[in-house]
Unconditional design. Sequence first.
Length: 385
Amino acid sequence: MNLKKMTELDIKGKKVLIRTDLNVPIKNGVIQSDARIISALPTIELAIQKKAKVIVMSHLGRPEEGCYTKKYSLLPIFEYLKKKLKRNKIYFSNDINKIKINEGEVLLLENVRFNVGELKNDENLSKKYANLCDIFVMDAFGSAHRKQSSTYGIGKFANIACAGPLLISEINTLKKALKNPQRPMVAIVGGAKVSTKFNVLNKLAQISDTIIVGGGIANTFLAIDYNIGKSLHEPEFISKAKKLRDKYNNIIIPIDSRVGKNFCHTEKCIIKLPCEIEKNEEIMDFGDKTIKKIIKILQKSKTILWNGPVGVFEFPNFRKGTEMIAKTIAQNNGFSIAGGGDTISVIDMFKIKSKISYISTGGGAFLKFIEGKKLPAIKMLEKKF
Ligand code: AMP
């Protein structure tokens, strides 16, 4: 992979636009997990130290393009950065047409997803971003699988486009981990984004010894044979799930589940077998028999890849499966990689950060990379080499 690297360029006095991934969970203006900001900071600090004119951009959540909403503003992140970079001047702006900045100063731009055309990779917007800088640095591994203006389109118009240190380190670590993994290797895929995660299962079934499915993905497997009531799943993927289940015998599907009637924080849980689930119930976590089974598998494994909580860990009564997975991985002495926004939140919640060998900032990008797909942002950077 031939990429121009930020660390090899002379960036002094240059306007350097860094696309970071500062997409952190924020509740009522309070940052819930700063893990992604912490990962992005060294690149920003390096650019400041090298006396570049540092412009930083990121997305946050999924706002409607063209509509400013406070909920999706990067303002809380700006306040956070101000405290972290207190020796440097740092500004915040939502104007992508003109920029005034001096050497060693930082300008954080407002959420790129407020800009019309960002998601569709609009050429005019990409050009506008490119005009802001002398050098574009792609450092958002978590967004490298997206073909959008700030991650991909900008590359066509930027004079120089290079990879940031975080992007390089993410790629190298994942490559190394996947090259000769210690066996047995177990992959855990949970969460709610069923359609985007389903495609990676085929590859994972080939490269790992066991796959543990949770969340909406597990529910889609259960829906092959059972009526699973209101449970989150993707009906269009049931036949794909059946093909996978019949082709590979290493996919662990829950044998019991914690179910509830209402999707709410105080909902009580009942443990049920898949055949017992009623129309008005939904699966929100693993049951105890499933937890016992997967703990045994995880205890024996030497490499663990983890993306996505296996239940609605935000609700106290539907947290146990995810909690036990987190704690069992923490106690395992093998190599563990975890990736994705909510997975990082789980790691923070159970305070096991130091026990995970590598935490990737990417969720979708992490899975796409495992799948063996070249990420669009990396393709773009290769073109600019
Ligand atoms: P993802 O971004 O795909 O990793 O999804 C994370 C989200 O999946 C979390 O907010 C969880 O609450 C949610 N989740 C996990 N399991 C379930 C489930 N069985 N039903 C509904 N949501 C779930």
